[in-house]
Design a protein around this ligand. Structure first.
Ligand code: COA
Length: 276
């Protein structure tokens, strides 16, 4: 994919895309242009069959994303503020519902919208110097890009309340302890660790990966019994795939599976499965 953006860097290697938010002099704060470019790029990544996994990181060694751009907040009123929040939520929803795994490689400050951006990703790997926080109350606002919802679902209501009400930052080890991140590594190893996780996932059958993402994402908004109905239905979708035939045959023939690496074509989903 030939892509040139003002606030993002894009790199593709094998089936793995790396997206870097690139405003290091502003600690990669998300201005309107960055959000619009994220929307454009992730919209393209969603349907790009050559990409299986995306890594999202920030430029430089200091920040993943230090929040939304505070300069752009000052003009907001109740109506434009609501719209500002809803539009940001849409971009982060796009990432969460990409249909391919997105790994956040958190290389420093992940504050406000930066913490929320990491939360919208499926797996979070942090460098030792990473710091997480929802400092919006210091500005007289609340998290507006899904943070009040995703943080509480990920780490529990009590811990999310503490982070959101205090505005305090936590370090990478504390983030690991409370389940906010999956892994902490030295900064020099961050991208290599994220890449090897991405390669591992890209080596699996991509139909199963896509169905697993849908099923686990759904835990955010469904009951156990509805979630299990969805799981059974998606399990059935997997059973129709070439990957399923290949994976089970390879096991029985004592060889490594050679998956097609293609995700399931949306058109081949049964109508009843399409919106799952
Ligand atoms: N929005 C806009 N600009 C930001 C920013 C943000 N969220 N976070 C950092 N920047 C800018 C600073 O204004 C500064 O720009 P300047 O050099 O033109 O003055 C530059 O990035 C470097 O930041 P600085 O504050 O000098 O670095 P620091 O090491 O002293 O402090 C932080 C780092 C992250 C603690 C501090 O930048 C900060 O508190 N940022 C805001 C975090 C926040 O509240 N995020 C939530 C927003 S809703």
């Amino acid at each position: 994919m030939e892509l040139v953006f003002k606030t993002l860097l894009f790199d593709q290697n094998d089936r793995i895309a790396t997206v870097t938010i690139n405003r290091p002099d502003k600690l990669n704060a998300l201005n309107a242009q960055a959000k619009s470019e994220l929307r454009e790029l992730f919209t393209q990544l969603k349907t790009d069959d050559a990409i299986s996994v995306v890594i999202l990181t920030g430029a430089g060694e200091k920040a993943f994303v230090a929040g939304t751009d505070i300069k752009e907040l000052t003009v907001l009123n109740s109506e434009t503020g609501k719209d500002f929040s809803a539009k940001g939520q849409e971009v982060f929803d796009l990432i969460e519902n990409l249909g391919k795994p997105v790994i956040a490689a958190v290389n420093g400050y992940a504050l406000g919208g930066g913490c929320e951006l990491a939360l919208a990703c499926h797996i979070r790997i942090a460098s030792e110097n990473a710091k997480f926080g929802q400092p919006e109350v210091n500005l007289g606002i609340i998290p507006g890009y899904g943070g009040t919802q995703r943080l509480a679902r990920l780490i529990g209501r009590g811990r999310a309340m503490e982070m959101i009400l205090s505005g305090n930052q936590i370090d990478a080890q504390e983030a690991l302890r409370i389940g906010l991140v999956n892994k902490v590594v030295p900064q020099a190893e961050l991208l290599a660790t994220a890449t090897s996780m991405a390669q591992l996932i890209a080596s699996k059958g991509q139909v199963a990966i896509r169905m697993a993402l849908k099923a686990v994402n759904m835990t955010q908004e469904t009951t156990l019994s509805d979630g299990q109905k969805l799981e059974a239905s998606l399990f059935g979708v997997c059973c129709e795939s070439e990957d399923f035939k290949e994976g089970t045959s390879a096991f029985l023939e004592k060889r490594k599976p050679a998956f097609s690496q293609r995700s399931l074509d949306e058109s081949s989903l049964r109508p009843s499965d399409k919106n799952k």
